[in-house]
Design a protein around this ligand. Structure first.
Ligand code: BES
Ligand code: MN
Ligand code: ZN
Length: 493
């Protein structure tokens, strides 16, 4: 999929096939379009009135062939008091899709006046919305979609604006990268594929990459990863990416992401209905891949480590079973009650390894961990569970800026007690289905000591599913949830 487009800045537009301007609801005129003759101006004013600036509404005014501006596109932003940090991003995605539909080679967007949004924020949202809106997963289609049109942003030039554009391009590209890997079908994306991708990223950047395979995994004590991975001929991998760009003795931030390239449930086999969606069970790991790519391209002056445990959860003669007792990297034992609760097993190993190896400042993990999270919060809000108020607060702040919504669930001792086992230190399911998202998080909590930690359960938000709110910049498939959020958090450290 070609989302490479040129992005330029110009102070005013002399020649373009599509000049786009944002319109607030019920405004009678728009600013920034420049001078037109009286007749044209009255046509534009009439069109502005007619489209009413309703959120997401697009209205095209075509001009005659000899005009240097071939069309004007009015794009509704809705009511001024209802503008969010997402409005310009979402509307820009729609504009870009319209430009592609018209098969244009280029189009131009006028940055809205600063009483709508700060110019820097507007420009970032325009770039993100346009780039993400034009991404399409067409790797396996014989007929590819149109080439992405180039974009000119109409704004007065400054270092701040140029920097914002560069920054937003990297953030959008990292998110698109995450989506494009997460969308891969399970026959084309195994743990080995992910490991090779990580190696490729590291070759093209300053990242250090290490991959641990079998029999090393088993020998080193990664009992969770080994057990879940043993049922598949596609062997498990532990992928580690390091970005060392802070001072030498500065503790890193560790990011951990679940990458189950396909989750059949194993011996506790899932029902067939919509099982195909379990190709998205690798989304947490893909999020970490995208963040690491972004961190290195942004050259953030910090140390960050990405850890991705990757397995395929399959039933078979070699599979782990309900009743098995395994030993995790932490040294704690776990009784398997359901082989479909595999994510917490591989994550626990990765979390313990991350804490022990790097003594990090903070750990953030991402996982499509529980169906229960969809029951609790639906498909537009991710669940978070944390052991540290301050860290959770910072993640909330980032979330409010990137509009990737989160909601915290509690984790106290009573929940920890729910995963106690009769025969081992813990069991991999709680008590029935009650508080399923929290008991899964409780299992993860046992993998670390007291490092500040936030767990994001992205089961409902990592890909578009029934109930997902439509957003132009999240076309059907993986959403890359968390990439923008964590890059924002890391940039604001
Ligand atoms: N990957 C699934 C969670 C999931 C299910 C995400 C549906 C998105 C949509 C996870 O591995 C799983 O199967 N969890 C079980 C846990 C249960 C067996 C305790 C679940 O949620 O049913
Ligand atoms: Mn499962
Ligand atoms: Zn799973």
């Amino acid at each position: 999929m070609n989302t490479h487009m040129k992005i330029r800045i110009e102070y005013s537009k002399k020649k373009t096939s599509l000049l786009c301007v944002f319109v607030l609801e019920n405004s009678t005129t728009v600013s920034g379009l420049g001078k037109f003759d009286a007749k044209t101006s009255s046509i534009i004013d009439q069109a502005v009135k007619d489209m009413e600036g309703k959120l997401g509404r697009l209205s095209i005014i075509p001009f005659s062939g000899k005009n240097s501006i071939q069309r004007i596109l009015l794009a509704g932003l809705g009511k001024k008091e209802e503008i969010t940090k997402d409005t310009i991003r979402a509307v820009s995605g729609k504009i870009a899709q319209k430009a592609r539909e018209l098969k244009l080679k280029e189009f131009s967007i006028i940055v809205p006046p600063s009483f709508v949004e700060e110019p820097v924020s507007s420009v970032s949202q325009i770039v993100e919305g346009v780039k993400m809106g034009l991404y399409k997963f067409d790797n396996f289609k014989s007929e590819k979609s149109e080439r992405s049109p180039d974009l000119t942003i109409i704004v007065s030039k400054s270092d701040k604006i140029s920097k914002a554009i560069k920054n937003a391009e990297i953030i959008a590209d990292s998110t698109i990268f995450t989506k494009s890997v997460a969308n891969l079908p399970p026959n084309e994306c195994t743990p080995t594929t992910l490991a090779n991708l990580a190696k490729t990223i590291s070759k093209n950047s300053g990242l250090k990459c290490k991959v641990i395979s079998e029999p090393e995994l088993k020998k080193k004590g990664f009992g969770g990863i080994s057990a879940v991975g043993q049922g598949s001929k596609n062997q498990p991998k532990l992928i580690v990416l390091e970005h060392n760009n802070g001072s030498k003795n500065e503790k890193p931030i560790v990011l951990v992401g679940k990458a189950v390239t396909f989750d059949t449930g194993g011996i506790s086999l899932k029902p067939g209905d919509r099982m195909d969606e379990m190709k998205f069970d690798k989304c947490g790991g893909c999020t970490v891949l995208g963040i690491m790519k972004g961190v290195s391209e942004l050259k953030l002056p910090i140390n960050v480590v990405g850890i991705i445990p990757s397995v395929e959860n399959m039933p078979g003669g070699e599979s782990y079973r309900p009743g098995d007792i395994i030993k995790l990297y932490s040294g704690k034992t776990a009784e398997i009650q359901n082989t479909d609760a595999e994510g917490r097993l591989i994550l626990a190993d990765a979390l313990s390894y991350g804490e022990k190896t790097y003594s990090p400042k903070a750990i953030i993990d991402f996982a499509t961990l529980t169906g229960a999270c969809i029951i609790a919060l639906g498909t537009n809000v991710a669940g978070i569970v944390s052991n540290n108020k301050k860290l959770a607060e910072k993640i909330y702040l980032a979330s409010s800026r990137t509009m990737e919504e989160i909601w915290e669930l509690p984790l106290n001792k009573d929940y920890m007690d729910m995963i106690k086992s009769e025969v081992a230190d813990m069991k991999n399911v709680g008590i029935g289905r009650s508080a399923g998202t929290i008991t899964a998080a409780a299992f993860l909590r046992n993998a670390i000591k007291d490092t500040p930690w936030v767990h994001l359960d992205i089961a409902g938000v990592a890909w578009t599913q029934a109930g997902t709110k439509e957003k132009s910049y999240n076309p059907n498939g993986a959403t890359g949830f968390g990439v923008r959020l964590v890059l924002d958090y890391l940039q604001n450290l």
